[in-house]
Design a protein around this ligand. Structure first.
Ligand code: SF4
Ligand code: SF4
Ligand code: SF4
Length: 586
């Protein structure tokens, strides 16, 4: 009920506002607009960085070192959940991740302002819910959907506890749910290639119309997009349909529960929620003035109970300030050092369930490891990017953000499905048949925010004055190789081998070959002699870049293929162990 305060000046009713119609403070109205601009700006910046995570030049003509001019991984460097996971798994903070301390400090002052003002993934959900509102989420249903639902809102805390415990056991698998990683992975590996594909088809169709202006417009649009959004060639990513479907499903959940991801699943939101309890800025309510108009609830982003008569959930609030802006009764006030009488600051999670989920997260990692031996003999096709640290440390660091896959100019890096075991899902693997590792490229190491791929130089990579970085070794399937198995000349692999001296060398031989036409009167075809160059690999020079596998003209299964044996990062994944049980004397 609205209660008149004797002696107080009656605030002027704002035209069109319901109830008492008291206008929100000017500072709050301005702040809500600043927040909207901030959301649009950070989402724009995030997308700009993502579009710039690619190389549009040429390696052949590059005279200076190839580097991206922008810190495209900046959002990940400022992500405190990523920093916390890698700190627990490696016991160190990787260089750039110190930026995340700034975000934590901000949370300690103004609560989860990141969620309401900065987070590009949160903004995407906010915009989606606004642009595609559900017909069923109106009136009371909208109010109900925005009330705090403790059962489901706790889920994100349990995920947080489980992922932090998993990190302590040496796996930053929580990157699967980190919102920045999800956004880079889904937009970079699924949305952008899909849109590129569709525009490519549209451009081809426009060419078929025979109408010059249509063709010209389509070509100009393609050129512009190739310079600004994607690279000129179409990129494909292994099993990316799954990443895309999950992304669309999460977006559509906004039609059932607004900001579903943020309220229910986001471990970064939960992490910030834990720290928000100490925030100096918060909400104060005058419960007596509330008339239950529920306008605050209609507009609430965080489902943090802004309405009168109940306690505000500080850890759930996104600091969007929509509630104070909407309230026509002057119930809600955001201020520094508010009285905490009507606030709950600590996350609402049961202790036993929290311990159980943390234990589950910790147990999951050894359970995954007994299914896949990662110290030796893991899947031979798990070829990691050049500069990657040793496999166990790699899993301690790789947050599956997909920056490396997005930047790879040759479309060589792809998200693993189960090739690297359950623990390695969506970590980068090189699939040479789709793209090989460019000899002088070190871009994946440049953008990796956690040091899973080290920032090596071109000299280190190519082995100028030192041993080159190897990611595997090539092998021949002589039964499929044209000169070896089919007496047919071919030296494509040797020509493309980029090392100097070449790791592929050829043996000149004259060999018998049957002519491809039957002899007279149905006799066996005549024999002839052909000169071929049979390729061989020198394992001491091969760096496993996969150029030979990529260009091998034998379709389906190539005659030359790369496995990860001989990779520089491992002392045990070698062709022949120097010290094994079987070659020890006696
Ligand atoms: S809850 Fe997560 S996804 Fe949502 S705004 Fe916050 S950090 Fe971003
Ligand atoms: S895998 Fe090779 S080509 Fe791809 S980004 Fe890394 S270094 Fe460059
Ligand atoms: S290796 Fe790739 S996916 Fe993993 S953290 Fe580095 S950039 Fe991200």
């Amino acid at each position: 009920m609205a209660v008149a305060v004797p002696g107080a000046a009656t605030p002027k009713k704002q035209k069109g506002r319901p109830g008492s119609g008291i206008p929100a403070r000017l500072s709050i109205r301005i702040l809500v607009w600043v927040r909207r601009v901030s959301q649009a700006g950070f989402l724009g910046l995030f997308l700009y960085f993502l579009f710039q995570t690619g190389f549009r030049g040429s390696f052949a003509s590059a005279e200076t070192a190839v580097r991206l001019p922008l810190p495209v991984e900046g959002f990940l460097l400022a992500d405190p959940f990523v920093a916390a996971m890698t700190l627990l798994s490696t016991h160190t903070i990787y260089r750039g991740l110190v930026w995340s301390i700034g975000l934590l400090a901000l949370t300690l002052v103004v609560g989860r302002v990141f969620c309401g003002w900065i987070c590009p993934f949160g903004t995407l959900h906010h915009f989606f819910g606004w642009i595609f509102p559900s017909r069923y989420l109106r009136g009371n249903k909208r109010v109900e959907s925005n009330k705090t639902a403790p059962g489901r809102q706790r889920v994100k805390y349990y995920l947080l506890y489980a992922f932090l415990a998993a990190s302590l056991m040496g796996s930053v698998i929580g990157g699967l749910f980190d919102p920045i990683c999800v956004a880079v992975r889904a937009i970079g590996l699924a949305v952008i290639p899909a849109v590129q594909y569709v525009t490519g088809v549209a451009s081809t169709l426009s060419g078929a119309t025979g109408m010059r202006p249509v063709q010209g417009a389509a070509d100009s649009a393609q050129d512009f997009l190739a310079q600004t959004v994607w690279q000129s060639k179409q990129f494909y990513f292994h099993h990316t349909w799954f990443i895309g479907i999950l992304f669309v499903a999460i977006l559509f959940m906004n039609r059932i529960i607004p900001r579903f991801w943020c309220r229910v699943l986001c471990p970064l939101g939960a992490f910030l929620g834990v720290f928000a309890r100490f925030a100096l800025f918060g909400m104060e309510k005058d419960h007596a003035k509330c008339t239950d108009c529920n306008l605050c609830l209609v507009n609430c982003q965080g489902a943090d109970s802004p309405q009168g008569g109940v306690k505000w959930r500080q850890d759930e609030c996104h600091m969007c300030m929509n509630c104070e802006n909407a309230c026509p009764e002057d119930v809600i006030k955001f201020k520094f050092l508010p009285n905490r009488k009507s606030a709950l600051t600590v996350p609402d999670t049961g202790r036993r369930t929290a311990i159980a989920t943390a234990a589950a997260g910790a147990v999951m990692i050894p359970a995954a490891r007994i299914a896949d031996v990662i110290d030796a003999n893991y899947d031979h096709k798990v070829i990691r990017p050049p500069g990657s640290v040793e496999e166990r440390e790699f899993l301690e660091r790789c947050i599956r953000c997909a920056e490396c896959m997005k930047v790879c100019p040759n479309n060589a890096l792809h998200p693993a499905f189960f090739e690297a075991g359950i623990e390695g899902i969506w970590t980068p693997i090189l699939i040479p048949r789709i793209g090989y590792c460019e000899h002088s490229c070190v871009l994946c190491g440049q953008v990796c925010p956690t040091g899973a791929i080290q920032k090596i130089t071109e000299e280190q990579k190519m082995g100028i004055g030192q041993k080159p970085v190897s990611i595997g070794t090539a092998f021949y399937d002589q039964g499929r190789c044209l000169p070896w198995g089919m007496a047919t000349p071919c030296i494509v692999c040797e020509e493309f081998c980029p090392t100097s001296p070449k790791a592929i060398w050829v043996e000149e031989v004259d060999i018998p070959k049957r002519l491809p036409i039957a002899g007279d009167n149905g006799k066996e075809p005549e024999m002839t002699t052909v000169h071929v160059q049979r390729p061989h690999v020198d394992p001491s020079l091969c760096i496993g870049c996969g150029a030979c596998e990529k260009v091998c003209p034998v379709q389906d299964k190539p005659a030359v293929y790369v496995t990860n044996v001989g990779e520089s990062r491992s002392k045990t994944n070698v062709i022949l162990l120097e010290d094994t049980n079987y070659n020890r004397p006696g």
